[in-house]
Design a protein around this ligand. Sequence first.
Ligand code: 4UW
Length: 531
Amino acid sequence: MVHSTLPDVEIPDVSVYDFLFGDLDEARLDTVAIIDGTTGAETTYRTLIAHIDLFAGALAARGIGVGDVVAVLCPNVPAFATVFHGILRAGATATTINSLYTPEEIGKQLTDAGARWLVTVSPLLPGASAAAAALGIPDEQVIVLDGAEGHPSLAQLLGEGNPAPDVSFDPATHLAVLPYSSGTTGLPKGVMLTHRNLVANVTQSRAVIGLAEGDRVLAVLPFFHIYGMTVLLNFALRQHAVLVTMPRFDLADFLRVVSVHRTTWVFIAPPIAVALAKHPLVDEYDLSSIKVVFSGAAPLDAALADHVAARLGCAVRQGYGMTETSPVTHVIPLERDDLDRSSIGVLLPSTEARVVDPETGVDHVPGADGEPSEPGELWIRGPQVMAGYLNKPEATADMLDADGWLHTGDIATVTGEGVFRIVDRLKELIKYKGYQVAPAVLEAVLLGHDAIADAAVIGVLDDDAQEVPKAFVVPQPGATLSEDDVIAHVAAHVAPHEKVRVVEFVEQIPKSSSGKILRKDLRARERAAQG
Ligand code: 4UW
């Protein structure tokens, strides 16, 4: 077992709202919290807090409070912060939905999370309305921030002037958010994160990441995903940094926003690092404000990291974590220039880890000769570990054992200095551009095609060493089916990031005697084919 070498941190026993906004003095209240990267509009902490309170008041006036779940389907705009923190302030639980989801996927999450209220923006209203209508959710319960006929708007709700309610709950057990993750296997599940989980992870991050007051942070990674939610929406605001929001990634826009708003920290996933390292457009902008590029959500290649550092003249750091750990468990701290950039760095304070042989259950330890440990499954224990999956006791028990260890499904090594490296993945999950793609979802869609007898999906690497979903397909006897047919069929049923991008026709899917797909064999075969 490895315990963080950093001193333990004390986790305040307060709500997320009190933790983030409770100790702001007068001078700080008038500083800028958020800049809309598209319009340049600025929101001060004073305005943000006033809007959060009014939004919470509007929800409370509609009877929403402790025990209710409100869904948020919204890109990164400044009002996301108002809505998200307003929901938590009202004592309700926020379930954040991927803005790329199809109406069917939105509907599944609303149903599973038990959400009867949805907050969205007009460009996403067609999908939101289709999902809401199918579930009998009336238009008055679909809030459209920028306004739409028959729906409450943000301006209307704030204009009602209802004061924030007095709510009481135990931060240690009360659910703040329900983001969705497929975990190690199967379909997306609601990850139950308490106020304490979120407060803990920000407190732990404050001790290591190195982002400080006065920094300007590019917020292009989506707030609906745990990385954007905790590291941008919560941690950066707690540090009293300035968030500069961007609703979607577009390289030219990204470069423009960095250069215009002089952002100092840029949080990204590895595909953006590829663009920063290689794209000619990068030379056309003044990016000298960037002090740190911080990558997470998928493996960062060391050479790529070096390339970005050299081209931009900045520090490159990496973090690791997962939705089920709120998410951060490991980072390369800003001052640790000595650490290999392809490692995930050291454990956050108050966090423990084990590297366990998946076959024997034995803990691997670093060699006496300074060599890292043998690879094993990474297990995590700490105050940021989820309370469990919503209404899924079996899936919870599969991942979280009786001693509080979360079995990540990632394969890691650890050195004697406590530096971890992710070397492989045991679980099914695929990361496309840092987004989760659950093979089980795609396999179900594939099996829905009349000409497909059997199918399995794994992640493979493209030319830039980024992971993409690949389908192995067994056609029905006598059927004519092309790769393009398969790709088009899946694309018609899932969000754009979940598309199958490579197809191989095979005679049989390797399966265990109990019928489980042997992904290990498919991966080995893929590696052999790539030489
Ligand atoms: N290297 C290799 C990595 C890495 C990785 C994640 O969608 P989820 O549930 O969650 C995330 C969380 C991203 C994140 C956490 C903390 C942090 O500091 C940071 O950077 C600032 C980002 O993506 O997917 C979790 C799974 O994603 C893989 C791994 O398989 C993990 O179980 N993953 N980060 N640096 N793989």
